[in-house]
Ligand binder design. Structure first.
Ligand code: GRF
Length: 264
């Protein structure tokens, strides 16, 4: 069997995706093993699941960190290699750019928490970082530290909708309330925007007239448990390549997009 790649996981909640990945690893359905599980939430049940599998865990409690630095000079607390101007130039959240003071505060506090995440993760070297219900947005400071080769991204995220529809925190809820006839989940590489990175895989399910928000979530999460191991396996086999594509529209304008090509 091929050498197993090392997977670090970040999560905030129940960790059923973590469970699916650990089970797939244990039964050798994927050439990957989980080397660490971290959370921003000390109460995350996923941490318990990891410990039961003998996997090292850590917590970087964002809330406490952010509270603890209130009123202190952020410039003295940010990591030494943090450069606000670089991060501001790379990030693309409109809400953060509209107010410079707020943006500074946002990116400095996140960099302080992210430096703690990077320190913890450094104890367990990894090939791939998997976000499995991690409810924090990662800033360019963190992403650039992990994606040391920008042409080969190595942070994956799962989103509970068929992107680019319904980005944000409640993909299944948004799908349901919109009256969609099909729902699904998406795995993508993480880029500087929210839920916009190159898509690796998607699975869909039909929505029947008697489906409720609960049955939609149930259908969706079951597909997530299949999709994550499949995408991790593609990464482990070295079959994922991000390429820049240019599409010419009928009016002559060009449209560029980074997409994932899956080698046969
Ligand atoms: C999943 O629905 C995932 O799509 C979303 O958060 C949820 C995490 O579930 N990002 P779990 O913690 O893996 O059970």
């Amino acid at each position: 069997m091929a050498q197993k790649i090392r997977v670090a996981i970040l999560l905030s909640g129940g960790g059923t995706n973590l469970q699916a990945i650990m089970d797939a690893s244990r039964s050798n359905r994927i050439d990957a093993r989980v080397v660490s599980v971290g959370s921003d939430n000390p109460e995350a049940y996923g941490l318990k699941r990891a410990r039961e599998h003998g996997i090292p865990t850590f917590v970087v409690d964002y809330q406490t960190i952010i509270k603890g630095i209130r009123g202190r000079s952020l410039k003295d607390l940010v990591p030494e290699d943090f450069d606000l101007e670089t991060v501001l130039a790379r990030q693309t959240f409109p809400s953060a750019t509209s107010d410079r003071i707020k943006a500074e505060r946002y990116f400095c506090t996140r960099a302080i928490a992210e430096a703690a995440l990077l320190r913890e993760m450094a104890a367990y070297p990894f090939d791939l970082l998997v976000l499995a219900g991690f409810m924090r947005i990662l800033t360019p400071y963190f992403i650039d530290h992990v994606n040391t080769d920008p042409s080969q991204p190595r942070i994956m995220n799962i989103h509970p909708a068929l992107l680019p529809s319904f980005p944000g925190v409640d993909g299944y809820g948004d799908t349901y309330r919109y009256g969609c006839k099909v729902g699904g989940c998406t795995i993508h590489f993480v880029d500087y925007e929210e839920d916009t990175g190159p898509i690796i895989g998607q699975k869909s399910f039909e929505i029947a007239p008697d489906d409720t928000i609960d049955t939609i979530r149930e259908k969706g999460i079951k597909l997530e448990w299949q999709l994550y191991p499949e995408c991790i396996q593609l990464f482990a086999e070295g079959r994922l390549r991000v390429v820049s594509k240019t599409y010419r529209l009928e009016d002559g304008t060009e449209f560029n997009r980074k997409v994932v090509e899956i080698a046969a």
